[in-house]
Ligand binder design. Structure first.
Ligand SMILES: [Zn+2]
Length: 314
């Protein structure tokens, strides 16, 4: 590629995406089987309460507080037996537990907000969003792996929620992270953006797809771009990643160098896919496009890829 995208950045690009601001000290090497009990016995412990894709937030003046004390958590019916130890911060141990109260009978001053809105609307700070990504992914994995995949017996949570043990056959199971490649195909002049049918009206984004077993990140980027847009890629370069708790993905953002121009969009996957010149994309990023076209908002890794390309081409 000829445009200067690949000079070492002053700070890692992954720092500038949503869900990436986790500052919890995980102390992963010290996770004992009783680590949740030990953490809950610490009077300084704080919990994030979540369930059914939503996080419980406490209205604190004009802002939302995502952390609850042990007493508050019990009063809200949190299922402490399924709590997960996220780790430790300066104030003590931090955990995430399934919330007990249904959203229809929420106490005054507490709201259950879906993860996406908490992220899109900036309701909690970057560090808390990072903790949310960790807790939401672990709860989703534990909830969907209640039975041993070797023998079918009920499995038990261990190691603070980072392992499930089967008492029947002795197998241990570990949390999954599903890698998704998201890629901006670009030359100096133009980049390739597409839109799915479920996107907000007018929004175009970078193409994306799951990385398959036995596949490198680079080959997944080339395969997905060829399948979805009919564009063959040469060089592929990693740029940034983003924890994505829907339910437990890691978005891996790359740039790709196109080898052909003629798009053949897979209309089962995409409603539209086309080349955009830099000036048009700049207007889309600024929400000033005359036709109302937009990119994903700041915080989305697609936004990071697209804005990095726009800013580095002048
Ligand atoms: Zn088993």
């Amino acid at each position: 590629m000829t445009f200067p995208l690949f000079n070492a950045p002053a700070a890692e690009p992954s720092q500038f995406v949503g869900f990436a601001g986790n500052r919890i000290d995980r102390q992963s090497e010290n996770r004992a089987d009783d680590s949740v009990e030990t953490a809950l016995a610490d009077p300084r412990c704080r919990l994030m309460l979540m369930g059914e894709g939503r996080i419980w937030l406490k209205l604190d003046g004009e802002t939302f507080d995502p952390w609850f004390g042990l007493g508050e958590s019990k009063a809200l019916g949190a299922r402490l037996g399924e709590a997960i130890l996220l780790g430790f911060d300066a104030a003590g141990p931090v955990l995430a537990a399934p919330a007990g109260v249904g959203s229809e009978d929420m106490p005054a001053g507490i709201k259950a907000i879906d993860y996406r809105s908490a992220y899109m609307q900036g309701l909690i700070d970057e560090a808390a969003l990072g903790a949310l990504a960790q807790g939401a992914a672990l709860h989703a994995w534990n909830a969907s792996h209640r039975f041993c995949s070797k023998c079918g017996h009920a499995s038990e949570m261990r190691a603070g929620g980072y392992r499930r043990h089967c008492p029947a056959c002795g197998a241990d199971h570990f949390p999954r992270t599903d890698p998704v490649a998201i890629m901006l195909t670009a030359t100096r002049e133009k980049c390739l953006l597409g839109r799915s049918r479920h996107f907000a009206p007018g929004m175009y984004s970078a193409l994306a797809g799951f990385i398959e077993p036995g596949e490198t990140i680079e080959n997944a980027v080339r395969r997905e771009t060829l399948e979805e847009a009919g564009i063959r890629l040469g060089r592929v370069v990693y740029h940034a990643s983003q924890p994505w708790p829907f339910p437990y993905s890691l978005m891996i953002g790359c740039f790709g160098e196109p080898l052909n121009e003629d798009i053949q969009a897979d209309l089962n996957e995409l409603e539209d896919c086309r080349w955009f010149f830099r000036d048009e994309v700049r207007l889309m990023l600024a929400r000033a496009h005359p036709g109302g076209l937009t990119t994903p908002p700041k915080g989305a890794i697609a936004h990071t890829l697209i804005s990095t390309w726009v800013e580095n081409g002048d």
